[in-house]
Design a protein around this ligand. Sequence first.
Ligand SMILES: *Cc1c(COP(=O)(O)O)cnc(C)c1O
Length: 428
Amino acid sequence: MIKINSQAFFKQAKKVIPGGVNSPVRAFNAVGGSPIFIKKAKGAYLFDEDGNKYIDFISSWGPMIIGHAHPFIIDSIKKQADYGTSYGIPTALETKIAELAVKMVPNIDKIRFVNSGTEACMSAVRLARGYTNREKVLKFSGCYHGHADSFLIQAGSGASTLGTPNSPGVTKASASNTILVDYNNKEQLIETFKNNGKELAAVILEPIAGNMGCVIPSEGFVELIRELCNEYGVLLIFDEVMTGFRLAPGGAQEVLGVKADIITFGKVIGGGLPVGAFAGKDEIMNFLAPVGPVYQAGTLSGNPIAMSAGLSMLTYLNEHNEVYSSLSEKTNYLRKGMEKALDKTKISYHINSLGSMISLHFSDEPVVDFKTAQKGDNDRFKKYFHGMLDEGVYLPPSAYESYFLNDAISYEDLDFTIKAFEKVVSTL
Ligand SMILES: *Cc1c(COP(=O)(O)O)cnc(C)c1O
């Protein structure tokens, strides 16, 4: 497949945008080659500037859970646009989406809207610090919480769990307030609480991880975090930017049956427009300005077009609960097809999946944390990615990302994908 227009657009973009992209993973650095440029999308399909059609398995990294350009969402955007695009003054629309979110998600009384998942997580941590009057935060290696300073931290050397910056520009001071623990490592978690529990404002995690591939919490892991947080007076933040409204109407709290103190949202909640949010019980949320002392603000927060798209998305999901079982069944069908094809080869692999999230790892060991995710065969992944792309299947361009199915994908699309998969893996 020769991609003349996309390549020309990429070349031009690189002159005026760093790396030609507004978010790094889009640049194909992890897989080589040059990215496709999208002209439009409809339902399960992406169409690039060269006229190629692809079945989309990233769904804009989550938001397009019912497919691209769904009429229910698009109509609400068009209608709202005629009323103006931003006021900086409250709207009834904001209350409506807040009421619906509070109804769908367990254990929350109030929700504050922001413009991205990054902002949601950054603000949630500030709120937790203000509420507890403590400074340290515990996060897990391989969990992504956006690009605020306190999250761009990697494990320090040796026995120390204290983080070090993993990007220039992040200060040592920021890093020294973030403690890193391996996902699914109960012993390390207990030890870290013993040493630092009383200084911790919050533990933040992806309750089902989607940013090191799809990684499922082991039996009792999230429950243990909850118990330790209770014992040491630490707030538990579920980062549900990915899992919120994707795994179930009530997200991971509903799926796992574990309550968090603050929950962050993004992606699905905006229906494809830039929206994030964080939520919790009255007692905690009332710590926020203007009622409480913790400052947080946003000129375009609660933007009417974004709220309108988000409200339509949540309304649709609330009224069509069958979307969740449908997505699960489609994901399982894909998984079985992939396993069948891979079992005909000598390739070692592990597949993780839950609900509409699935990831394939070319590795010998089960993937349970960031270290095991890193052991996958990257060269094989690159060949696999480009092979699938040439067949018209768009997968995440990195071995560390989960696929996110959307319900517009049909069984015909899945059969097409599995056929392409059989062909591609037989060449690996
Ligand atoms: C995508 C993501 C974020 C960041 O959201 P942005 O809207 O990209 O800022 C945070 N946490 C998780 C779990 C995510 O998947």
